[in-house]
Design a protein around this ligand. Structure first.
Ligand SMILES: [Zn+2]
Length: 288
């Protein structure tokens, strides 16, 4: 299995918007094995990282997240937020797993979680791993969105987090694995449907293909259609003050009636993993 395929198999984020009825387990107060990290904290802009190991403020991971905050604001034409996003960064995946399963029983274990409490506290939970940068980029994006917006439709929340998690000098880098799988899906007769995505109300309802489609719609709106971009940015602007602005699909289809067909055409133009592998191979050949 190559690296991209491995990434695809593991890419699943947890997003939990807790209601007032949710009562977190209290095991964490009785069992030291499931304690939150607490020895070190690092505050930078909206980010507050708490860990049991020291991480410097000029660590590339921190600098990347601070840059991401600016990219999110700039790309989505949102003012830079001020509300704090807490990141609990466990030293090991085992510690994270023990904490999560004791504190949030019933929520399936995922590589990382973003949790918004009824008091609108925003927290990310994850562990240091070889994928920590993309996990934190993904979850911090959820945090930044929820810090500035009254609400975000689930599929769009995930589409934007998938969009911004891709590491690169600018936002909007293509996820070549997704591009490849989307192109294959199109060849097999799959067709996108934003209205179907809008019916998904819980993370557990979202399958891997839904994350890919959410990413594709987001990428198309921001890079494949000027009308789509205007509609998305207008919708996000409204979400700053109105938690129920209606369906984004109604606005997209009103302005771009052929949006579904346009997205199909768009995904077939994206550089996919197979194409990138060919290019990397020929580049290596040229350098040898
Ligand atoms: Zn997510």
């Amino acid at each position: 299995m190559n690296g991209w395929a491995a990434k695809s198999a593991l890419r699943f984020c947890g997003l939990v918007l807790l209601t007032g009825l949710f009562v977190a387990g209290c095991a964490s107060t009785r069992n030291s094995k499931v304690a939150l990290p607490r020895k070190h904290s690092l505050k930078a802009d909206q980010l507050l990282i708490v860990s049991d190991f020291k991480i410097d403020s000029d660590h590339p991971l921190i600098l990347d997240l601070l840059q991401l905050r600016k990219q999110v604001a700039q790309t989505l034409a949102m003012p830079l937020g001020t509300k704090q996003v807490m990141v609990y960064l466990f030293s090991t995946e085992t510690q994270y797993k023990q904490y999560w399963e004791a504190t949030y029983p019933g929520f399936p274990l995922r590589r990382a979680y973003f949790v918004q409490t009824p008091a609108k506290e925003l927290a990310v939970y994850t562990a240091w791993s070889e994928r920590v940068q993309e996990d934190l980029r993904h979850e911090f994006t959820h945090g930044l969105l929820h810090a500035s917006l009254e609400s975000v439709p689930l599929w769009l929340d995930e589409g934007l987090a998938e969009y911004f998690e891709v590491i690169g000098p600018t936002s909007g880098q293509v996820n070549p694995d997704y591009a490849h799988l989307l192109m294959t899906s199109v060849q097999n007769g799959w067709r996108p449907d934003m209205r179907r995505l809008e019916t998904l109300e819980a993370v557990k309802e979202m399958q891997r293909a839904d994350y890919r489609e959410a990413w594709a719609w987001t990428h198309w709106m921001l890079h494949g259609s000027e009308e789509g971009r205007d509609v998305l940015l207008g919708y996000l602007r409204e979400l700053r003050t109105n938690p129920n602005p209606g369906r984004l699909s109604d606005r997209i289809l009103a302005d771009v009636p052929t949006a579904n067909e346009r997205l199909v055409a768009y995904v077939t133009t994206l550089p996919s993993v197979s194409l990138m592998q060919v290019e990397a191979t020929s580049e290596r050949a040229n350098n040898e």
